[in-house]
Design a protein around this ligand. Sequence first.
Ligand SMILES: *Cc1c(COP(=O)(O)O)cnc(C)c1O
Length: 230
Amino acid sequence: MNTLTERLKQIRAQITKAEDRYQRPTGAVKLLAVSKTRPIEDIREALAAGQCDFGESYLQEALPKVEALAGDVICWHFIGPIQSNKTRAIAEHFSWVHSVDRLKIAQRLSEQRPAQLPPLNICLQVNISRDPAKAGVDPAAAPALALEITRLPHIRLRGLMTIPAQSDTFEQQRRAFHAMQVLFESMRQQGIELDTLSMGMSDDMEAAIAEGATLVRIGSAIFGARQPRN
Ligand SMILES: *Cc1c(COP(=O)(O)O)cnc(C)c1O
C-alpha cells in the first residue's frame, strides 16, 4: 500500500503530465487536497509533504481542524453546501469559498468577513449539467450574479466551480468541463475579472485539466477511499 506522501507525489506528477499533454503552462493547475472526513494526522502528513491548500465541506467537522492546525501555514477552502446560519464562521476561518450560488450568501459572507483579514476569495458554483439534484447557479444566470457579487466590498470574486453530473466516458467528462471553459471565457470577455476555474476531482481530473481547470479538488486519490459519514 502506498503512503499518503507517495500518493500526493503521484497526483502532482499526473497533474504535470496532463498540463504537458494538453498544452497547459507548467504550474497552471493548483492542487487542492480535499481533507473532509480525514483525521488531523493525515492533514499533517500532507502538510509535511509540501501541500498547503486544503478543502473541507462540513463546517462542524472543519472548525476543530482549522483550530488544531492554527500554527501551520494552511490555506483553507470551503467547498460544501452553505446554509445562511453558517456564513459567519466560514467568513472568519476560511480563505476561499468555492460553493457560492446565490447573492444572499455572498452578501452575508462580505458583511461578516472580519475587517483585519484580506477579502474572502469566492468562486461561483455553476450547475453546468443543469441537474435538478445539484447545487449551483444556472449557467445562463451566472454572469448577472457575478456582476452583483463584484460590487461587494469584503469578498473578491475569483472564478467558477462545478461538480458535473457523473459521466461514463472521458469524452463525456470533457463536454461538461468544456461548457465551463466557454462560460468562463465569455464572462471574462464581458469584463468580469476571473482567474480560477475550479473543476476536476479524483475520477475526472485529467478531463478537467484538458478543458482549462486552474484548480483541481482531489480527495480519495490522495487520502484513500472515504468512509461513509455517520
Ligand atoms: C468530496 C469533494 C471533492 C473530492 O472528491 P474525490 O472524488 O474524493 O476526489 C471535490 N469537490 C467537492 C466539492 C467535494 O465535495
